[in-house]
Design a protein. Structure first.
Length: 118
């Protein structure tokens, strides 16, 4: 399985971006997708996740109410709509895939940089 994350960029505080994570390869299995981020000098942290059907979503407290995760299973793509961005959202964002029966995020994309200026 390969993941391609895109959509990062530089925005001012209060702005928005939409990240995409396109999966290819062995995508016939049911899989959940998560977004994680690593800010400069910090540990990687969980941002959001969506179940294989799209029926269940989870968010970190820091992004709840501002970010929305969604998926298009026809396109094998997961989106992260990021609104009301804050400087503290600045980070490299990674998407990761968890094949449901495997139970762990075993596949990771290359990351896309989001920079939010004040």
């Amino acid at each position: 399985v390969q993941l391609q994350a895109s959509g990062g960029g530089s925005v001012q505080a209060g702005g928005f971006l939409r990240l995409s994570c396109a999966a290819s390869g062995r995508t016939s299995s049911s899989y959940d997708v998560g977004w994680f981020r690593r800010a400069p000098g910090k540990e990687r942290e969980f941002v959001s996740a969506i179940s294989s059907s799209g029926g269940n979503t989870n968010y970190a407290d820091s992004v709840t109410g501002r970010f929305i995760i969604s998926r298009d299973n026809v396109k094998n793509t997961v989106y992260l709509q990021m609104n009301s961005l804050k400087p503290e959202d600045t980070a490299v964002y990674y998407c990761a895939l968890k094949i449901v029966r495997e139970g762990v995020y075993g596949y990771w994309g290359q990351g896309t940089l989001v920079t939010v200026s004040s």
